[in-house]
Design a binder for this molecule. Structure first.
Ligand code: SF4
Length: 282
C-alpha cells in the first residue's frame, strides 16, 4: 500500500522552526571551524573518511526499471490501498481511525476484499463509537470474507476500546504505541504513520516487499521474515526512498514479480536479477 499523507494533518515529528538568537548561530559556526583538520592531521596518520556501507550492486537501475514497469499505476494497490479506503470528508481523527482499521483488515487479505469490507463498514458510519456499539456477529458479517475475520472482530473491538479510553477516539502517533494495540503489527504501524500522520517512520514490509527484496538481492544475506527484511533494507536504502518502496513493490509483486511463476520474461530487471538468473533466465 502506497503511502500518501492525509491532507491537513501535521506531522507529529515536525518541530517548530528555530528562531534562536544570531549570537548562538555564530557560536555554532565557530565550533565547526574548530573541528577542521589541522595541517598535521591531514598528513600521514590522518583518519580516512569512512568507506560507504554495503549496498546492492545494481539497485539504482533495478529501481528505475521497477518505476518504469509501475508507471501505469494500474495495480490493485493503486486504487484500493489504505490511502483510498477512508472517507475524505470525515474529521481528521475519524479518517485516521479508518486508515488503521483498513490496515487491520488487510493482513492476509486481497486489496479488493479489504476495500469491500471497508465500504460496508463506512456505509454505516465508521467511527470508534459505531464499532463499539456493533455486536460481534454483525461486525463479523460486515467484514467477512477478510482473512482471519473472527480474530479481527476481537482485535478491532479491543483496539477500538483502547482508542476511546486512552486516545480520545484518535489513533496514537508513534510506532511503539501503534504496535502495542491488539492486532496491529509493524507493517501496519509504519503504513499508519505514513498515511494517517504523514510521517516516515520506517519501511513497511509485507510479503511482497519481503519476497522481492530477497529475489533482487536487496538484503545483504537472505532474510527469513519481513521484520528482518525491513532492518536489512533500512541499513542501506536512502531514507528519502522509504515511503515510496512499499507501494512500488507491492504493485510490482501483484502484477509481475508474482509469488509463484514470476513473469521474468516481461520484467525489465531480468538481466540484473539474481533470481531470474538462477531460474535459467537470460
Ligand atoms: S526477473 Fe523475475 S524474479 Fe527478478 S524481479 Fe523480475 S519478475 Fe521478479
Amino acid at each position: 500500500m502506497q503511502a500518501s499523507r492525509i491532507q491537513g494533518v501535521q506531522d507529529p515529528r515536525e518541530g517548530k522552526k528555530s528562531h534562536g538568537p544570531a549570537k548562538r548561530q555564530r557560536k555554532t559556526q565557530k565550533l565547526s571551524v574548530a573541528y577542521e583538520a589541522s595541517d598535521d592531521e591531514k598528513g600521514e596518520g590522518a583518519k580516512l573518511p569512512e568507506a560507504p556501507g554495503w549496498e546492492p550492486p545494481d539497485w539504482q537501475q533495478q529501481l528505475v526499471n521497477i518505476r518504469t514497469m509501475r508507471s501505469g499505476k494500474d495495480a490493485p494497490v493503486d486504487q484500493l490501498g489504505a490511502e483510498h479506503c477512508f472517507d475524505p470528508s470525515a474529521p481528521p481523527k475519524v479518517r485516521r481511525y479508518q486508515v488503521l482499521l483498513s490496515l487491520m483488515l488487510s493482513s492476509q487479505t486481497k486489496d479488493q476484499v479489504t476495500a469491500g469490507a471497508m465500504e460496508r463498514l463506512r456505509a454505516r458510519g465508521l467511527t470508534v463509537d459505531s464499532i463499539l456499539q456493533t455486536d460481534d456477529s454483525t461486525l463479523g458479517a460486515l467484514i467477512y470474507p477478510v482473512g482471519f475475520w473472527r480474530s479481527k472482530v476481537k482485535f478491532i473491538k479491543q483496539t477500538s476500546a483502547i482508542l476511546q479510553q486512552r486516545y480520545g477516539g484518535d489513533i496514537p502517533s508513534s510506532v511503539a504505541e501503534l504496535v502495542a494495540l491488539p492486532g496491529v503489527g509493524p507493517k501496519m504501524a509504519h503504513l499508519a504513520m505514513a498515511v494517517a500522520w504523514g510521517a516516515v517512520s520506517g519501511i513497511a514490509v509485507d510479503t511482497h516487499v519481503h519476497r522481492i527484496a530477497n529475489r533482487l538481492g536487496w538484503t545483504k544475506t537472505a532474510t527469513k521474515s519481513p521484520e528482518k527484511t525491513r532492518a536489512a533494507l533500512e541499513a542501506w536504502l536512502p531514507r528519502e526512498l522509504w515511503s515510496e518502496i512499499n507501494g512500488l513493490l507491492v504493485g510490482f509483486g501483484q502484477q509481475t514479480c508474482l509469488p509463484i511463476h514470476p513473469r521474468c520474461h516481461t520484467c525489465l530487471n531480468r538481466s540484473l536479477c539474481p533470481a531470474a538468473r538462477s531460474r535459467g533466465g537470460p
